[in-house]
Design a protein around this ligand. Structure first.
Ligand code: ATP
Ligand code: MG
Ligand code: MG
Length: 285
């Protein structure tokens, strides 16, 4: 039996992004707390609607402990709003954590950084696992989209549904976030591959340690130049040179030298830092 809008109770509004509003909801039959994202369905073109629904269907197949679960979608009777129902992450996101550290002048523990690197790599592996064109591209890897659950474990979320729509112009509002995590090959308009995600992951891990991205600039031209050069300073000295080295491998301009997802997971340093539950997932015990 599929559920309808009446089967949920809205608890509160979490926030509004460029493409819709996220609300915390409760499923009445079992009291489970979830999130739904409300998007303006009525103003989409037929092809945008098709694209969005097929993307959500793809996301619903993605079932992994480090990826936000997408459960369902409901379109209201009048066809004005689509409600995308997903797992609720109660531990906040990495962008909030980073700005809180910056404000309070504190750093996160090194063990936490290792845990996040490993869990995010596992999440990316699952996204890329599907071959023959069915790989799920996140499209928007940044600290704001890395959530934590109440046990401080990673849930990669907020998949770029918006980008699906951005190819289709009428609905699109221009996205104006600064692409601090964009890889040099993307800056150079070359094709996206899993190593571009490794670059972005390295940049996010750098920021989790340094509390600022590895490359910053006042304008896009300068940022692009710095990304192409690939020079950045060491993470704060409180972090080990092992961690610095792993991050440096990920933020490597030369794609052929940059490790892929499996190479990261097979790094001896990474294996040494796996927790028991993640060890089961990587298959190395
Ligand atoms: P944009 O998508 O325009 O870049 P955004 O990501 O802030 O901006 P939304 O994706 O609509 O916009 O998210 C709105 C708010 O809901 C954000 O604060 C986001 O962190 C939060 N949020 C999104 N998904 C979840 C989730 N599964 N659990 C908890 N909070 C979430
Ligand atoms: Mg977001
Ligand atoms: Mg978003």
């Amino acid at each position: 039996t599929t559920l309808g809008l009446d089967d949920f109770e809205v608890l509160s509004t979490i926030g509004t992004g460029s493409y819709g509003t996220c609300k915390k909801i409760r499923r009445k039959k079992d009291g489970k707390v979830l999130v739904w994202k409300e998007m303006d369905y009525g103003s989409m073109t037929e092809s945008e609607k098709k694209l969005l629904v097929s993307e959500v269907n793809l996301l619903r197949e993605l079932k992994h402990c480090h990826i936000v679960r997408y459960y369902d979608r409901i379109i209201d009777r009048s066809n004005t709003t689509i409600y995308i129902i997903m797992e609720y992450c109660g531990g906040g996101d990495l962008a909030t954590l980073i700005s809180r550290c910056r404000r309070d002048g504190i750093y996160v523990d090194e063990d936490f950084v290792w845990k996040i690197v490993i869990q995010l790599t596992l999440a990316l592996k699952e996204c890329h696992r599907r071959k023959n064109g069915k790989a799920v591209l996140h499209r928007d890897l940044k600290p704001a989209n890395v959530f934590l659950d109440s046990d401080q474990n990673v849930k990669l979320g907020d998949f770029g549904l918006a980008r699906v729509l951005q190819h289709e112009t009428s609905f699109a509002k221009t996205y104006v976030g600064t692409p601090y995590y964009m890889s040099p090959e993307l800056v150079n308009n070359m094709s996206y591959n899993e190593k571009s995600d490794i670059w972005s992951l390295g940049c996010m891990m750098y920021e989790l340690c340094a509390l600022h991205p590895p490359f910053t600039a006042a304008n896009q031209t300068d940022l692009n130049r710095k990304i192409r050069l690939g020079d950045f300073s060491r993470i704060p000295i409180r972090y080990s040179s092992d961690l610095d080295m792993i991050i440096r491998k990920m933020i490597q301009v030369e794609v052929s030298k940059r490790p892929g997802i499996d190479a990261i997971l097979n790094e001896p340093l990474v294996i040494a830092h796996q927790t028991h539950s993640d060890r089961r997932l990587t298959g190395s015990s």
